[in-house]
Design a binder for this molecule. Structure first.
Ligand SMILES: C[S@@+](CC[C@H](N)C(=O)[O-])C[C@H]1O[C@@H](n2cnc3c(N)ncnc32)[C@H](O)[C@@H]1O
Length: 246
């Protein structure tokens, strides 16, 4: 699927330094890391041994020169020897897997520490773009994202869950990244970088964008969203699930 929707991914999805810092802490002092659904290599650490797993050729092409070696494979069947890695990480990828339980079990097989960045779709639904302009996207999100608690249950071991707020000027163009910069959503290139919008019914998205554009012109958006304009960050439901074995 990312061979179709991922062509301009790395333009709009740069690693955000504030997210990098939280993710680096979650990875701990791991020396061998498997990055599953690695895409363009965001949040990989250059001072560790990293093996990237990524099925999409279009995404692999966007990995910068000199980035970690990548294997074209799926989470559900990792070409990695059991126990090889100190950490298996999967960032914003689990909701794309055809069998997320099998993928998480593979993470358990290859590493004693597992780090999964996911999101709670109930929080996404409360984000004004979905709530006020494209409510149909909520059903799509719910259909594909496993509940955070279910991910934790399948990962097993000792669990900690770390919230990851979205800074107002987030560099990683996830769907709610522009929560305080509403005009960004009028740009098709911004919308193309997040699968929640890229995979939604284009008529729903177009209708929502037209309504948003009208509300921005009339000042209705500003009146409705006055409360968020001075905020520095927003909890859109992103969660890092960390699972460790003793
Ligand atoms: C939203 S991107 C995230 C990329 C990267 N982890 C990041 O944070 O920028 C999701 C990635 O998961 C990959 N993916 C989809 N299905 C997969 C599967 N079954 N196994 C592993 N990766 C998969 C996609 O090709 C895509 O590169």
């Amino acid at each position: 699927m990312y061979d179709q929707i991922g062509t301009s991914y790395s333009l709009g999805r740069q690693p955000d330094p504030r997210w990098q810092s939280v993710i680096t802490t979650a990875l701990g002092d791991a020396q061998r890391i498997v990055n599953i659904g690695a895409g363009g290599g965001s949040y990989e650490l250059s001072d560790r041994t990293v093996v990237a797993i990524e099925p999409s050729a279009v995404m692999v092409e966007q990995r910068p020169l000199g980035s970690a070696p990548v294997v074209r494979a799926n989470a559900e069947s990792l070409p990695i020897v059991g126990g090889w890695a100190d950490v298996a990480m999967a960032l914003l990828s689990v909701h794309h897997w055809s069998d997320w339980r099998a993928g998480l079990m593979e993470m358990r097989r290859v590493a004693k520490r597992r780090v999964v960045l996911t999101y709670d779709p109930e929080f996404h639904e409360q984000f004004w773009l979905i709530r006020d302009y494209m409510p149909e996207v909520a059903a799509f999100e719910r259909s594909r994202v496993p509940p955070v608690d279910d991910i934790a249950l399948v990962l097993g071991g000792n669990i900690s869950i770390v919230p990851l707020a979205v800074p107002w000027d987030c560099l990683d163009g996830v769907l709610p990244a522009h929560w305080r910069r509403p005009t960004a959503y009028l740009d098709a290139r911004v919308r193309a970088c997040c699968s929640g919008l890229a995979q939604a019914d284009p008529r729903v998205v177009e209708r929502g964008v037209q309504a948003l554009s009208q509300d921005l012109r009339s000042g209705r958006w500003q009146r409705r969203n006055r409360g968020i304009l001075a905020a520095e960050s927003f909890d859109a439901g992103f969660r890092i699930v960390i699972s460790t074995e003793d």
